[in-house]
Ligand binder design. Structure first.
Ligand code: MG
Ligand code: MG
Length: 256
């Protein structure tokens, strides 16, 4: 069942969304050569604590991993797609890209967002990968309006990525969000006719999160049971926003 939120609930989700934005904004400024992904984790956890928010990921049980996640951030570097774990040993260097994905729960409601940051100069292909992924998210956001169907989002994201010669990850998808981090519906970044294609209605909130590979779409999970990487070693970019369907069109909750 897709849970629609009242205006008062959307205001609460707005607060969570803005906190997530603020954290990611600080981490974007902080991420640079010589900084470890654990440095980012420590800063993020501090900001959540200061804001009186609960981290959404730390302690979250994931059946596929058979374990709970131990960090407030997922930090996925280069060929890592999602669910990378912060580490003092992972020191960012020039030419890297790092996807930072985080969420909080504030006053019962979740916010979830991700961004990908380039460390110094990156290759032209990598710059294009980041740009196209971000553009596909923006195009998906524009489709998030009452009367459209879910496939309008999925198909628009997929089309833009493929038209630019990149591929869309299929194993990991976006999701509804509210009092749960992951609610119905799933929001894939591709159209699969057998999937549910609900009509979008006011009050729905979707976390749209294209994960785009520079090479082939195939993925595998590392021995750590969490980190998803591209099979061919190509770089992968990831951007995410929570978007509410409103009478005024799409409302991106996770940015000002
Ligand atoms: Mg998400
Ligand atoms: Mg996320």
């Amino acid at each position: 069942m897709i849970i629609r939120k009242t205006a008062a609930e959307l205001q609460k989700m707005r607060r969570s969304g803005l906190l997530v934005w603020q954290i990611l904004h600080e981490l974007e400024k902080m991420a640079g050569e010589g900084v470890s992904t654990l440095d980012l984790e420590v800063a993020a956890e501090r900001m959540m604590k200061d804001a009186g928010a609960r981290p959404a990921f730390k302690g979250y049980y994931v059946p596929a991993a058979g374990d709970t996640f131990r960090f407030v951030l997922c930090t996925s570097v280069n060929d890592e797609i999602v669910h990378g774990m912060p580490s003092a040993k992972r020191i960012l260097k020039k030419g890297d890209i790092v996807s930072i994905d985080t969420g909080v729960q504030l006053d019962g409601y979740y916010g979830d967002s991700a961004t990908t940051v380039a460390i110094g100069e990156v290759s032209e292909t990598t710059r294009k990968l980041m740009r196209v992924t971000q553009e596909s998210l923006e195009l998906g956001i524009q489709q998030t309006k009452a009367g459209n169907r879910l496939f309008d989002i999925c198909g628009t994201v997929e089309k833009h990525v493929l038209a630019n010669g990149f591929s869309v990850v299929r194993e990991y998808v976006g999701h509804g969000i509210g009092t749960q981090l992951h609610e119905e519906p799933q929001v894939p970044n591709y159209v699969e006719r057998k999937n549910e294609n609900p009509r979008l209605k006011e009050g729905m909130v979707l976390a749209i999160e294209p994960m785009v590979n520079a090479g082939k779409p195939d993925t595998r999970v590392l021995k750590d049971k969490w980190t998803a990487v591209t099979k061919d070693g190509s770089y992968s970019a990831h951007f995410e926003h929570c978007v509410a369907v409103t009478s005024n069109g799409p409302w991106v909750l996770t940015r000002p």
